[in-house]
Design a protein around this ligand. Structure first.
Ligand code: WTA
Length: 648
């Protein structure tokens, strides 16, 4: 398909001039522009200054007082939306629940009251380790209601990953569930949480939702409480706490280029303004929509586009607990049909997986309600783009390929059918949204010529940008603002074509994107070397047809250990337990030494070139040539075994 243009027939195709004018104005008068957007939310007290920019620290809507829960709920229950459905939830076994705005409001108030009764106050950190159930949304909004800071930890993390995040955030309370259903199995979440909690001194209380009715869930007296019990004695109404615009709404951990995850801190005011605006521009959200984002609330996509974005607009949100292909590969399409989903937002890896199952599974469902399809997390290859457009959207729905990051809080580069739809090109994220000054630059900071690869940077602050990294402002400065001083460094490679369209080419740093999940190579390496048999480890990414990328780990064993299938399994289990299953390498290969520089640094570049069969490049700093042969041998051996298996 290449660069061919696709112009979806769409009723609201208005002149592109509208978008250009808006973008132009947003850059000429950013403060006026963003004030206007912010004015559409409810503020207890208006801001005094729109932006205080002391690079690299930005403070938006300074002096303003706001509350996220009030904006997502109270605002609506005073209108006809009081009885509108807020959440349409479906569990994997097929059970379902709906909550109206009023019901959600009531649940949030009661849970906020329960938190208060436990002594949780403004500024305290509330950790949330939960499956995709309505209580997860309730917990987030309840924390926000009383000015507490939530940190949601993806339910796929193991005890190690969970404990590390809880400890870094110094959470006082953990909210979890007895378990949840995944591919027909019960996953006992509380048991994993208990393992982590043994190493988390800051946690005073644990609140447990009974999702799977596991009666023998161990509960520690004085520390652990059932959700339904704590809300029993709670108040029906809790005054929302007006917080400063710059008060942190949440901390969300993400992987970086060192072994330690980064605690991305988002503000309340600026963040809400960013997600509110983009929800309108990109998804064109309207009251009659049924909106479904398939992400997990443990990631930024869940925060911004399951919880805050849609609820700020009073939208009806679908939420699903389980696996996309359980019990059959058409589970998602049956949900779209059943609830009449109009806007559907997912990840390239899911699209590629469902594409592999073939058109039949999609074709048997009536998907005529769909009007906008979205994607996020990694590049959407043109082939998958076309399939999504044709088989799912039936050539009627524009595809919004949205580029953004945990750090940016909201969409940054994307088609914006809510403003005006530009011609789409499969594989391109099109043009920056209003207020976003994105550029592709070369090493020296000069704009890259058309079609030449460079670094994607953002040249001015925007409202939903991260404020800092939790307890590590120095790392914030180093990571994002030192590569090009005064500009935000995204860590992505990109190029612009002759029409100024952006094409994202993947990470320019040591971060992998496996099924859209961010995993730092060093984070994985430092977990691997903690295994008793592992002396050294080097992790690189290689392309994978469905996952986008997969991790390949090269391992040098300690003396006394010999490579075996059993040991490989054991290392995999160890990673599953320490970080979580998302980090388990796709391939583990044993070698006797790793290519290193004379100063002892592992040359991942060389290993990656061997694995991906590309040009190895300069080897002048290599310490020991035999190490390269070692890696080559391991890769060839693996290929031989894989081919043999194929033949069989
Ligand atoms: C990648 C997810 C290509 C990119 C919201 C970015 C994308 C990282 C796209 C952030 C896209 C995100 N096309 N690549 N549309 N969207 N990425 O923090 O490498 O989990 O830097 O946030 O995902 O990942 P994160």
């Amino acid at each position: 398909m290449g660069l061919a243009e696709v112009l979806p027939t769409q009723e609201r195709l208005v002149p592109i001039r509208e978008l250009e004018e808006m973008r132009e104005r947003s850059l000429r008068d950013p403060e006026g522009f963003w004030s206007e957007v912010a004015g559409q939310l409810h503020w207890f007290k208006s801001w005094e200054r729109v932006l205080e920019w002391k690079p690299p620290f930005a403070r938006w809507f300074v002096g303003g007082l706001i509350n996220a829960s009030f904006n997502a709920l109270d605002r609506h229950i005073k209108t006809w939306r009081r009885n509108k459905v807020a959440l349409i939830w479906e569990g994997e076994p097929g059970d379902s629940r709906t909550l109206t705005y009023y019901q959600l409001y009531r649940e949030v108030n009661r849970f906020a009251s329960a938190l208060k009764k436990l002594g949780i106050e403004k500024g305290d950190v509330v950790a949330i380790y939960m499956p995709m159930i309505p209580e997860a949304v309730v917990a987030m909004l309840a924390a926000a209601r009383i000015g507490a800071v939530h940190t949601v930890i993806f339910s796929g993390f193991g005890p190690g990953g969970l404990a590390e995040r809880i400890n870094d955030s110094e959470a006082r309370v953990l909210i979890t569930a007895d378990g949840f259903y995944r591919r027909g199995r019960e996953i006992c979440l509380k048991a994993i949480a208990d393992e982590a909690l043994a190493k988390c001194p800051s946690v005073e209380y644990v609140i447990v939702v009974g999702r799977i009715g596991k009666r023998d869930t161990p509960m520690q007296a004085g520390r652990d409480f059932w959700w339904h019990e704590v809300v029993e004695g709670a108040e029906n109404y809790v005054e929302p706490t007006p917080v400063e615009s710059t008060h942190p709404l949440f901390i969300l951990y993400t992987s970086g280029t060192t072994g330690k995850p980064k605690g991305v801190v988002h503000s309340t005011g600026g963040y809400l303004v960013g997600v509110y605006a983009t929800m309108k521009w990109v998804f064109d959200i309207r009251d009659e929509d049924v909106y479904w984002c398939t992400a997990d609330i443990g990631w930024i996509t869940g925060h911004s586009y399951i919880v805050y974005g849609p609820l700020l607009h009073g939208a009806a949100v679908v939420m699903y607990e389980g696996a996309p292909d359980y019990p059959k590969p058409d589970r998602w399409w049956s949900i779209v049909e059943k609830y009449g989903v109009t806007i559907f937002y997912t990840a390239p890896t899911a699209i590629r997986m469902l594409m592999k199952y073939g058109d039949g599974w999609v074709a048997r469902h009536d998907l005529c309600t769909l009007r906008i399809l979205g994607t996020v997390g990694e590049p959407l290859n043109p082939e998958a783009w076309m399939w999504y457009y044709r088989a799912v959207g039936r050539e009627r729905c524009p595809i919004v390929d949205t580029w953004w990051q945990t750090e940016t809080g909201a969409h940054m580069i994307s088609p914006a059918p809510g403003i005006s739809l530009v011609p789409l090109k499969p594989g391109s994220v099109t043009l920056p949204l209003p207020g976003v000054d994105a550029e592709v630059v070369l090493e020296d900071g000069k704009p890259a010529p058309p079609k030449q690869r460079g670094y994607l940077v953002i040249r001015r602050p925007w409202p939903s940008m991260l404020m800092t990294l939790h307890r590590d402002p120095e790392r914030y400065k180093q990571t994002y603002w030192s590569r090009f001083v005064g500009w935000y460094f995204t860590g992505d490679y990109a190029l612009k074509d002759e029409d100024g369209y952006f094409w994202i080419l993947g990470r320019a740093d040591e971060v992998l994107k496996i099924s859209g999940h961010r995993i730092g190579t060093m984070e994985l390496e430092s977990a691997l070397v903690k295994h008793s048999a592992v002396a050294e480890a080097a992790v690189i990414g290689r392309p994978h047809p469905v996952k986008g990328e997969e991790a390949v780990a090269f391992i040098v064993l300690r003396d006394g250990f010999t490579p075996s299938e059993k040991l490989r399994k054991d290392i995999e289990d160890y990673i599953r337990k320490t970080i979580g299953s998302i980090a388990v390498p796709g391939l583990i290969l044993f070698v006797s030494k790793l290519p290193k520089t004379r100063s002892g640094k592992i040359m991942r570049r060389v290993i990656k070139a061997i694995v991906t069969e590309s040009e190895i490049g300069d080897l002048s700093t290599l310490e020991d040539e035999a190490s390269v042969d070692e890696v080559k041998k391991a890769v060839e051996e693996f290929k031989r075994i894989a081919e043999e298996a194929m033949e069989k």
